[in-house]
Every structure is written in C-alpha cells, then in structure tokens.
Ligand binder design. Structure first.
Ligand SMILES: Nc1ncnc2c1ncn2[C@@H]1O[C@H](COP(=O)(O)OP(=O)(O)OP(=O)(O)O)[C@@H](O)[C@H]1O
Ligand SMILES: [Mg+2]
Length: 273
C-alpha cells in the first residue's frame, strides 16, 4: 500500500518536472509605451519572450521596432527625450529599478544594422569584453577569441589576420565581427536589429545558420524587415505597425494560419510596407 505522503511526494516531483520542462520567460513586457517628446513610438505593448526562443519582430519603417530594443537595453537613459512607461522584466528582474544598468546591458548583446567596429584589431574587438570582466591571461583570451569568432562563422577567414584592424574587413565580415563581439559578452539575450541590411545574401545565410545554432545557448530577438527571414528563423513573431503591436503568433501561422488582423497577412504577403 502506497502512503498518502509518498503519493504527495510523487505529485510534487511531477509538478517540479513539468516546471523544469516548461520554457522559462526570459523577457516579460507589460504595457510598454515609448515616446520621444510628444511623438509616440510604441503604444501599450505586452508580450513575453521565452528562454531559447528566436522571437521575430517584423514591420515597416517607423513601426517602433528599434525603439523596443532600445527600451529593453535601457538605452532611454542615454537618449535625449526618450520616455519609457510600463514594465520590462528581464530574468524576472524589473529593469526600471535596477541600480546597475551596466550589469543589465552586459547580459544583453546587441547587433545593429550597420557593423559598428571598434577602432581596434580583430582580436581586441572580441577580447575587450572578457578583459573588462577581468580575464588577463593571454592563453585564456585566445581560447575565448577563437570560440567567439568560430561561433560567428568568421574564424577561418580571419585567423591569420587577428592583428589587422577590424575596419579593414569586408562589410559582411565586420557584421560577423560585431556578432562575435556581442557573443564575447556571454549574453543571455542577443538582439539583432536588421543585421543583414549591409550584408550580401550568402553571408546573410551563413549568419542565419549561426543564429539557429546559437539559440541552444541564448535567447534571440530578431528585428527584421525581411518577412521571409523571420519565417526561416523565428519561432514566434510580433508584427509592429505605426507604434502598435498588431499581432503576435507562431511565425508560420502569420503566413499560413488564421490571423487575428488582416493587416498582418497583407504585410507578410507584401501588399504594403
Ligand atoms: N532618438 C529619437 N528622437 C526622436 N524620435 C525618434 C528617435 N528614435 C526614433 N524616433 C522616432 O520613433 C519612431 C519609431 O522609430 P523606430 O526607429 O523605433 O522605428 P523602426 O520600426 O525601427 O523603423 P526602421 O524600420 O526604419 O528602422 C519614428 O517615428 C522615429 O522617427
Ligand atoms: Mg529600426
């Protein structure tokens, strides 16, 4: 005969297993409204992003996509006139009340539309963040630099040019260097803002493959104005339009399933934007 307490323990263990198996929330945004002076950039957006998912954000120009990323990263602190209302919880922490915003930003890697190379060598671009974390040993830095450049699909092309200036690489290589640098932060969350704007289609595909691999380790927010890129990569996608989050859904549903708002299907099928 099985005792009640043994049954209770089994039930609790089952609940714990279910909790462990359920995807954790990486980012929870509630009633987020962003404005610049009197102009509204994003209105009352609520969404949750799960750990290890690739979350797409699509939408035409001026939709508020970049503003969303800036709010997550607390860039409003450094942007004149930018006001953020609502809640953003990162790993369960309310980012509005953080004492150390730099600690938050060190957990979030950001890749902008155009590669922003630091004026230093390929090696130093990637070693900077580990050095700031206190890693001084050359051998240890070498391992990190090689690992990050490999994960960004750049190592083979630059392994003999580590001491060249990053700015001497091609545009596509510089964008991958930016990704390697973001990875060297060991981020929890990687946010890419139209990364392929200045990158050729072959390199874009290589970076897309890199992102598919990276999702095992990090959560990714992929802002893209290429709807097919969201379709290839994102588990779920939000459609932003004119400061509004029109729809959030499983990405494939936005293309082929029932949509809540006709504008979503019109946009993904290229009827406007
Ligand atoms: N620093 C700023 N100061 C004033 N207004 C801004 C600032 N940054 C963005 N905006 C305004 O906020 C609105 C949303 O801009 P945002 O850059 O978030 O759009 P987006 O969806 O990223 O567009 P795009 O696809 O062109 O990059 C726009 O009207 C823009 O002019
Ligand atoms: Mg933008």
């Amino acid at each position: 005969m099985v005792s009640q307490s043994a049954l209770g323990r089994v039930a609790v263990a089952a609940q714990e297993d279910a909790a462990a198996a359920a995807p954790r929330t990486k980012l929870a945004v509630k009633n987020l409204t962003i404005s610049y002076g009197k102009a509204l950039a994003l209105k009352d957006v609520s969404l949750e992003i799960r750990e290890h998912e690739i979350f797409g954000i699509i939408g035409p120009a001026n939709a508020g996509k970049t503003s969303f990323l800036k709010a997550v990263n607390r860039m409003d602190m450094f942007t004149t006139g930018m006001r953020v209302a609502g809640e953003i919880h990162f790993n369960g922490l309310d980012t509005r009340h953080l004492k150390n915003v730099y600690a938050l930003r060190s957990r979030i890697g950001v890749v902008f539309p155009l590669p922003v190379g630091l004026p230093m060598t390929v090696y130093d671009n990637v070693a900077l963040s580990p050095r700031l974390r206190g890693i001084k040993e050359k051998a240890e830095l070498d391992v990190i630099v090689q690992r990050c450049l490999t994960r960004a699909a750049l190592w083979d092309e630059v392994k003999d040019r580590l001491n060249a200036l990053g700015s001497l690489l091609s545009g596509g290589q510089q964008q991958r260097l930016t990704i390697a640098r973001a990875l060297s932060q060991e981020p929890d969350l990687l946010m890419l803002d139209e990364f392929s704007i200045a990158v050729d289609p072959v390199t874009t595909m290589r970076i897309e493959d890199v992102l598919k691999e990276l999702r095992k380790e990090v959560t990714i927010i992929l802002v893209t104005n290429l709807v097919q890129q969201a379709r290839r990569l994102a588990d779920r996608t939000a459609f932003f339009l004119n400061s509004e989050c029109v729809e959030i859904g499983v990405t494939e549903d936005l293309f082929t399933g029932p949509v809540k708002d006709r504008r979503t299907r019109d946009y993904v099928e290229g009827r406007f934007g």
